[in-house]
Structures are given as C-alpha cells and as structure tokens.
Ligand binder design. Structure first.
Ligand SMILES: NC(=O)c1ccc[n+]([C@@H]2O[C@H](COP(=O)([O-])OP(=O)(O)OC[C@H]3O[C@@H](n4cnc5c(N)ncnc54)[C@H](O)[C@@H]3O)[C@@H](O)[C@H]2O)c1
Length: 388
C-alpha cells in the first residue's frame, strides 16, 4: 500500500482513497483513549504520523512509540494558532480527536471547554485548509442526539443535553460550512466507547460498570431504561482509518454514526450482561437518573458507505477489562488518571489548597480553569517537538 505522493507530498485522494505518502497524517488527541490506538493502527499500515497533544493525562499511552521512525511528536496546545500553523504544514490529512471529553468534565469550566472543543476545532480546520490539506476527519459523538424516543440516524433532529454535545454540534457545523472542492470535512459521531486502551478510561459506562463488578462486587444502575449505542474503542480507530482512506467523493461533507445497530442497549441490559459474565457481582438499581441521555441510533450509513461493522463484542471486551483489573495492569480503576472529570476537578482542588503560583504560558489564558491547569502541570504548553 506504500506509494509516493507528488512533489508537495500530496496524495491522490480526489478520486481514490487516501494513498499513503511521505506526508504525515496529523492526529490531535493522540495520547488519549481512542487516539493511542488509532496512532498504532496508522503506523502499522505504513503511515507517517504527526501527533499534536498537550499530554493532559500524561504520556503513558504513547511513550513506548516516541522513538518510532515514522512518528513525530508535537507536545503543545492546539488552541495556539502558531502551534497549529506549524503542525499542519505538509500533512496529507488531519484526524482531530483532541477535546475535553464527557459531559461532567466539560461542565467544570465552560470557557475552557468551548475554547478547546469548538474554537480550537475552527483554528485547526482553518489552518489545515490554508495549508492545502484536503481531508479533515472529526471525532464527534452520538451524544449530539441527547434525549429522544425516536430511532435516530444522521439526518435526525439533534437534542443535546450538555455543553459537551453543544460544543461538538457547533464544531460539526463550522467544519461543514468550510467544505469546498478542495477541503473535505468528515464528521464521525462515535457511539459511547468501551474496552481497554493504552490510556484506559474508567469513566465510560461499560468500563466503569465492569470495574465495579470486578473490584467492588456491586454495580448501581441509575434509571436503566435509557438507550445508548456502544462501540469498542478499537473499532472506532478502524472506522477512522476507513474514513481516511475512502474515496473523497464518498465522505466529503458527510456525517457518519460510528457503531452498530446490534450494540444499542438499555443500561439495565448492560448490567444484566455484566452480571452474567461476572456472576458474583450484584446489580442494584436506583431510580435517580443522573444522566439524561437516551438515544437509540441507526448505523446503516457507515455500514453501506464504508463497509464498517464492528469486530469486537461487549462480552469479549468485558473479559479483556476484567483481565486487566485482575492481573493488576490497572491497579486502581478509581485513580483520577482514568477519569476525565476527576482529573480536571482534582487539579482545581489541589491548586486551590496549595496556593501555587500560576505558571506563565505563551497561550492566552482565557479562564480560571486554564490558569489552574497550567499551575498544576509545569510542563504543559511546552513544545518538545522532535522530528522523529
Ligand atoms: N471515548 C468515547 O466514548 C467517545 C465517544 C464519542 C466521541 N468521542 C470523541 O473522541 C475524541 C477522543 O476521545 P477520547 O476518549 O480518546 O478522549 P481522551 O480524554 O482520552 O483524550 C483526549 C486527548 O486530547 C488531548 N487534548 C485535549 N485538549 C488539548 C489541547 N488543547 N491541545 C492538545 N491536546 C489536547 C488530551 O491531552 C488527551 O490526550 C474526542 O473528540 C471525543 O469527543 C469519544
């Protein structure tokens, strides 16, 4: 599949799929739950990959591939226009995954969330378009459907119930408005992910329920009637590669739900599945519904257009996570590093306790949360680009 591009390192993506060239694919958020799997998939397929990530949750997920000969690292904040202008130079495509992820994490500081999820998406897309990058694959979410009793597809009315979903909708719209003959945004609305990753996350429904069943012997389901589509994190990475490689005419300006009809479940059903697999776990229900999201999603379009069907099952993945918890690969699933909300909110708390001075940064500081984060992590905002 290796092929050389033209003199600009550009590829023949107009009529065929993206042909692997000397020009790297830029992946933002590559040290995250999904990105750390995607990057390895791209490297395995022969791509050059340029990572842009501020390593908000550390570098554990990608440290072992830093020295890969086809990987370049830019450790920096993608809200910084200068950083982004540099990062998009000479890339064949962008896969933009970096974000503040999840309803609770996004609610901590609204300005920070809007700046990261919406404004930065526009900054990256503008820069990519100016640099002549053709394809821009965007990681959105089925959370945009919010709460609905209907069966939902990509044309359905959106009914967001959180800032997280609203920032993703705003970003989707901004990207689609930018579409022209040369710039092809592709919107990928992921179902709720599950499964083990190089950056494990135990703030996702199936993952946290599995961990509680294994470690505490008890799960509490809030409500339980809510429908939710699920998809394995590795299948998301596969879908992203399909969006990257499909003929541009098939995907330009298109939105795809990423998941499968069969993996729509009510939360109480998920509890039953986990209990069947981990029989000693007790499942309790609580009528208090803390998460208002309820959406049942169709995945016909991605199946018919990109030939995508998931390869992973809930059962296999629950056993995989159980093994990671049993063997001590994940020692404390409640550690803040596995939970976006806990991580971000604890930083606020710790810095407030310690009265630590705020670090200076080249990036415009726009919110309190922002200042606290820079104070807590001395090395954030630093660009340690090495052209490896
Ligand atoms: N995990 C899911 O269930 C799920 C579901 C639907 C959609 N998504 C979307 O997929 C994408 C990836 O999700 P994830 O679960 O891998 O997230 P994650 O929280 O594990 O990782 C996010 C990454 O983005 C980076 N990042 C955040 N702000 C940054 C900034 N300003 N500059 C540079 N890097 C920055 C972080 O350092 C981190 O490595 C997100 O856009 C998310 O909205 C995820």
């Amino acid at each position: 599949m290796m092929s050389t591009g033209n003199a600009n390192g550009k590829t023949k993506q107009e009529t065929t799929g993206l042909v692997i060239s000397a020009a790297p694919v830029l992946v933002t958020g590559a040290a995250g739950y999904i990105g750390s799997i995607l990057v390895r998939r791209l490297l395995d397929r022969g791509y050059r990959v340029r990572v842009l990530d501020r390593l908000m949750y550390g570098d554990d997920a990608i440290r072992d591939i830093f020295a890969h000969p086809r990987l370049e690292m830019i450790v920096a904040d993608f809200r910084d226009r200068m950083v982004v202008a540099h990062a998009v130079q000479g890339v064949s495509a962008v896969i933009h995954l970096g974000a503040i992820v999840g309803d609770p994490a996004c609610a901590i500081d609204e300005d920070f969330t809007i700046g990261t999820n919406f404004e930065a998406t526009r900054i990256i897309a503008d820069a990519a378009k100016q640099a002549g990058v053709g394809r821009f694959v965007f990681g959105s979410t089925c959370s945009v459907y919010g709460a609905s009793a209907e069966m939902l597809d990509e044309t359905s009315v959106l009914n967001p119930v959180s800032l997280y979903a609203n920032t993703k909708i705003a970003a989707e719209r901004a990207l689609l408005d930018m579409r022209d003959a040369a710039f092809a945004p592709v919107i990928m609305r992921f179902a709720t992910a599950y499964g083990h990753s190089y950056r494990p996350r135990y703030d996702l429904a199936i993952n946290v329920m599995t961990a509680k069943a294994v470690k505490n012997g008890q799960i509490t389901i809030h409500g339980g009637d809510q429908w939710r589509p699920f998809v394995h994190v590795d299948d998301i990475a596969r879908a992203l590669v399909l969006a990257l490689e499909a003929p541009v005419a098939k995907v330009a300006g298109e939105t795809f739900n990423v998941g499968s009809d069969e993996q729509n479940h009510q939360l109480k059903e998920v509890g039953e599945i986990i209990q069947r697999l981990i029989p000693r776990a007790e499942v309790l229900t609580n009528d208090l519904v803390t998460d208002k999201r309820n959406y049942h999603v169709q995945f016909t379009k991605i199946r018919e257009t990109l030939g995508f069907t998931p390869t992973h099952t809930l059962t296999e993945s629950i056993f995989e996570m159980k093994a990671a918890l049993d063997t001590g690969e994940v020692l404390d699933y409640q550690h803040r590093r596995y939970n976006n909300y806990r991580f971000l909110s604890q930083i606020v708390h710790e810095v407030a306790q310690q009265h630590r001075p705020f670090a200076t940064s080249p990036i415009a500081i726009t919110s309190t949360m922002e200042q606290l984060m820079f104070a807590a992590c001395d090395d954030w905002g630093r660009e340690v680009d090495s052209s490896r």
